[in-house]
Design a protein around this ligand. Structure first.
Ligand SMILES: NC(=O)c1ccc[n+]([C@@H]2O[C@H](COP(=O)([O-])OP(=O)(O)OC[C@H]3O[C@@H](n4cnc5c(N)ncnc54)[C@H](O)[C@@H]3O)[C@@H](O)[C@H]2O)c1
Length: 419
């Protein structure tokens, strides 16, 4: 595979001793990790920030290089390359994955192309970062896991982009759960609420078409909260009972390009919405703890509201993405007279990821999760260590999503998660 080239002389010494810094960034003198990215819109912009910034903030063992970006429209992808700092462009992802000067393929396209691109990239000897949800079906995700396992034997790595694991406050929550600070888990309560579909005239973008997106709010928002709930607790869901709904069944077809969550409608022609607008489900963890999940694009006034609370025998933790520099913690072992939820401002140097950022109290935001994602993946590649979340983790989330759909089709019957 296209291994990063080894530096010589002073660069090699700096790489070996970890002392190399340069005006262009802490990691500039390190061997390159040459990235090729497919898709250049919402996640393309977010991942570009991650790759561009990670080596300038963190002292990385490899220097990420924005080598090539791919999209189907030559002018648009050239403009994206200029804006986001990519050195070259491709208009066919097949050409991108075959390039000898690419070490890692970063997939930022809708779900219908994740499996095909990932399989081709792994076959071509590349490491792969794939946006969530891993695939549109369990069968596709299984094929991706098989390919990733074979590729791992050759030293190639594969990771899924569940970026909410990389908020310092959620990473701290994970650490505190692992330390036993909330004790035995009883409840997980998690909601992920958006409102960009409240207007029935909002157009029928790819996110509303099953053949492109796999599912609706379930795969888009539900995938994130299932992964986050399992990551924070360190447990797996054993089964679910679900309701899904499509509130508006026909929408105007989009006119022109649709980017991220926004698009304009065309001339009044409509098309059928073939995914869920909202998914509400309960679940049981393998430990017996109970969970409730809500994912919707119809929560009027809620823009990107992800909230999670864990209750254990010894304490509770709560996180709200709208206050992402904070973590709420209740220590249930304290005397009742002065116990209560306390706000931890997660900006101290010994909090996850914070040692390389700003002085305490100078908070981070959404885009930093993509910097942390790039940082973690670069370390995994350099150390030959399998990164998390793995494709197998992505497959397990996919199985939960499939069980939710199956349960919803059967009047919420409790549906075990296939192992
Ligand atoms: N991690 C997160 O928080 C997060 C947020 C939003 C989206 N996502 C995920 O990221 C992925 C992309 O979503 P988005 O919001 O960036 O979508 P988007 O519509 O903003 O961008 C999609 C991009 O993919 C390109 N594309 C589509 N098919 C292609 C093909 N066959 N070849 C080359 N390029 C192609 C489009 O031209 C566009 O540049 C999805 O899997 C989505 O679920 C993740």
């Amino acid at each position: 595979m296209g291994q990063p080239q080894q530096p010589e002389g002073a660069e090699a010494e700096a790489a070996a001793t970890g002392t190399g810094t340069a005006a262009t960034g802490a990691s500039a003198s390190r061997p390159p990790l040459r990235v090729g990215m497919v898709g250049y819109a919402f996640m393309g912009a977010a991942h570009s920030q991650g790759w561009r910034t990670a080596g300038r903030v963190f002292d990385l063992p490899l220097n990420p290089q924005l080598t090539a970006i791919c999209g189907r429209d030559a002018d648009a992808v050239r403009a994206a390359a200029d804006r986001h700092g990519w050195a070259s462009t491709e208009t066919d992802w097949r050409a991108l994955v075959e390039r000898d000067d690419i070490d890692l393929v970063d997939i930022c396209t809708p779900g219908d192309s994740h499996a095909e691109i990932a399989l081709a990239a792994l076959a071509a000897g590349k490491h792969v970062l794939c946006e969530k949800p891993l695939a549109n079906t369990v069968a596709e995700a299984e094929a991706m896991v098989r390919a990733a396992e074979e590729a791992a034997e050759r030293g190639q790595l594969a990771m899924v982009g569940f970026n909410y694991r990389r908020v310092p406050a959620t990473a701290l929550a994970r650490r505190m759960v692992a330390e036993g600070r909330i004790g035995r888990l009883r409840h997980v309560r998690v909601t992920y609420l958006q409102d960009w579909l409240v207007d029935p005239q909002a157009p029928l973008t790819w996110r509303l078409r099953k053949e492109l997106a796999g599912s609706g709010s379930l795969g888009d928002l539900g995938a994130h909260i299932v992964d986050l709930a399992q990551y924070l607790t360190g447990e797996r869901l054993a089964g679910v009972s679900a309701l899904t709904e499509t509130f508006v069944r026909r929408r105007p077809l989009p006119g022109g390009a649709a980017v991220g969550l926004s698009a304009v409608s065309a001339d009044g022609t409509t098309g059928e919405v073939t995914v869920d607008d909202a998914a509400v489900f309960t679940g049981r963890f393998t430990s017996g703890a109970l969970a409730s999940f809500e994912a919707t694009r119809y929560a009027t006034g809620r823009k990107n509201a992800l909230r999670i609370e864990l209750n254990g025998e010894r304490g509770s933790l709560a996180f709200d993405l709208e206050r992402l520099n904070e973590l709420s913690y209740h220590d249930g072992t304290e005397p009742g007279a002065h116990a209560g939820f306390r706000r931890i401002l997660v900006t101290e140097p010994d909090h996850p990821y914070l040692d390389a950022w700003w002085p305490p109290g100078h908070g981070l935001g959404y885009e930093h999760t993509f910097v942390h994602q790039a940082r973690d993946l670069v370390h995994a590649v350099a150390e030959g260590r399998r990164p998390e979340p793995s494709f197998a983790d992505g497959l397990q989330v996919q199985r939960v999503l499939a069980a939710v759909e199956e349960s919803a089709e059967k009047n919420s019957v409790y549906t075990p998660i296939a192992v």
